[in-house]
Design a protein around this ligand. Sequence first.
Ligand code: URA
Length: 176
Amino acid sequence: MSTCTRCRLHQGRKNAVPGEGNPRADILLVGEGPGAEEDAQGRPFVGKAGRLLTRMLAAIDLAREEVFITNIVKCRPPQNRNPLPDEAEACFPYLRRQIELVDPLVIVCLGGPAAQRLTGSVLGITRLRGRFHTFLDHPVLPTYHPAAVLRFPEKYKRPVWDDLKMLRSFYRESRT
Ligand code: URA
């Protein structure tokens, strides 16, 4: 990925951000794309939203190191805009391969772009979240992006907590 030129996003990157975590994780999380901090470090979710994500995982007794964290696109979109459809398509073989290799029990989509790409739906995140979908034989649970929770906590904190509890129940049941 560090030498990839499949889409225009390579032009602005300092570092590709492939993802990180447990290569045998039960839970794989997919965000949108790297921001400034992630681009600088080459690691996913290390900025403000990332710190909240780490706390969200801790709230359901998961350490960041236990899960695998990646994004729809592996290079930073300019001005942190959403990935464009052709960028998401160009990058998709990487994510598909990551899903095949990690083979998680469940995939969590953080925000609309990841949810739409992995459910194949054009519905917004508010309609997609809170229930399970399927992608490549894997259960997929979309929820709001932690950046949305940071911006509008009174609106998104409660539904995200509901989704996290759903994730925790599913995960506990699948493991027993
Ligand atoms: N937001 C994302 O969607 N991904 C990251 O890696 C960081 C912030």
